[in-house]
Design a protein around this ligand. Structure first.
Ligand code: MLT
Length: 332
């Protein structure tokens, strides 16, 4: 947890003086990163840390702890809400249990491109969801990592149709929307924390899971999974959240530096995805993974998921009109 220096505040006349304080007074924030170093979460976090440090004239540092060292992704939301942790980067699906309205971003097949993801997170809808999350979960979204579509992996066989999927044991995050989506596809998935997933795949407790290409590579899932199916049901957004308590205890200048660093790191994350995803897909193939497309342009998958899952979650996202507003913002 960041050390607060409230006792120093009366003695510091201006924020500029605060920023020019000697390195010995540097304040270090802790940032939990759910994934291993090397993925989009890490890229967002390191960009944020660098920009924030520059904007505060070296006064403030951010130390990153990858691989869930500071707790499973869902636990980090609680810890940040209680002021025990400063920052966390985690998948949006692991924020939804604490802030149900962000579920609109994980309703299957709502986001259909990286541009859609950018429109929603950086426009009026993103602003509203950020405010809701501060209110409901006690954490503030200060940036976004764009990680690409969550593709399905498994260790048993190529999967193209929903019939191929039947009988596979698939791990999903503890997220009702994702659980319901697999149920609509005819399987009962296994909800499991992110921290347990690699070992469960390795020990064949589960056959498969879904996550973006960049995450699969960062987590070395190619060592324990063989087949990829290019489903596009969820575009993975990974917010950088900050404890609202810790944010409120900062000076206005530091708060402004946090928000600006978050915006700039978000821009960086978007470019990073576009520049790296293709190469990562090729690297995974070179390492032995086999990639298939879902049969018939994914029609059956889309139909089953949207017709049965969307209506179940109207209430938790704040009403059907919230989804309508999202679709309208996306020009649909
Ligand atoms: C999950 O599957 O729980 C998350 O998407 C993992 C992640 O944050 O990359």
């Amino acid at each position: 947890m960041k050390l607060r220096k409230t006792v120093l505040v009366p003695f510091i006349a201006a924020a500029t003086l605060l920023f020019s304080a000697p390195a010995a007074l540097a304040d270090t924030f802790k940032m939990a990163v759910g994934d291993a170093a090397g993925g989009t979460q890490w890229e967002l976090g390191t960009a944020f840390a660098k920009i924030f440090n520059e904007k505060t004239g070296g006064k403030h540092k951010v130390e990153l702890f990858p691989n869930g060292q500071l707790g499973d992704e869902q636990d980090t939301v609680n810890n940040a809400a209680m002021g025990l942790l400063d920052f966390s980067i985690l998948a949006i699906n692991n924020v939804t249990p604490f802030s149900p309205s962000v579920g609109v971003l994980t309703l299957p097949y709502v986001i259909q491109s990286a541009e859609d993801a950018k429109t929603l997170t950086q426009g009026a809808i993103g602003k509203e969801l950020t405010e809701n999350t501060t209110r409901d979960a006690g954490v503030r979204i200060v940036g976004w990592a764009y990680s690409g579509f969550r593709v399905l992996t498994n260790s048993n066989r190529p999967v193209k149709t929903l019939d191929d999927l039947k009988g596979l044991v698939i791990r999903v995050p503890k997220n009702e929307i994702m659980i319901s989506t697999y149920q609509a596809w005819g399987v009962n998935p296994t909800p499991m924390s992110w921290a347990e997933t690699f070992t469960a795949l390795q020990q064949r407790v589960v056959d498969g899971q879904d996550n973006p290409y960049i995450t699969i590579a960062a987590m070395k899932f190619n060592e324990v999974q063989k087949y990829i199916t290019n489903i596009r049901y969820i575009f993975s957004l990974e917010p950088l959240i900050m404890s609202e308590q810790v944010f409120n205890s900062q000076s206005p200048d530091v708060q402004a530096a946090i928000l600006e660093a978050g915006r700039e790191a978000t821009e960086h994350s978007f470019k990073y995805l576009l520049e790296t995803e293709d190469q990562i897909r090729k690297d995974l193939t070179a390492k032995g993974m086999e990639i298939s497309d879902p049969a018939n342009d994914e029609k059956e998958w889309i139909e089953k998921a949207t017709t049965s899952v969307w209506p179940k979650f109207y209430k938790s996202i704040g009403g059907k009109e919230k989804l309508d507003a999202v679709l309208q913002a996306l020009g649909r």
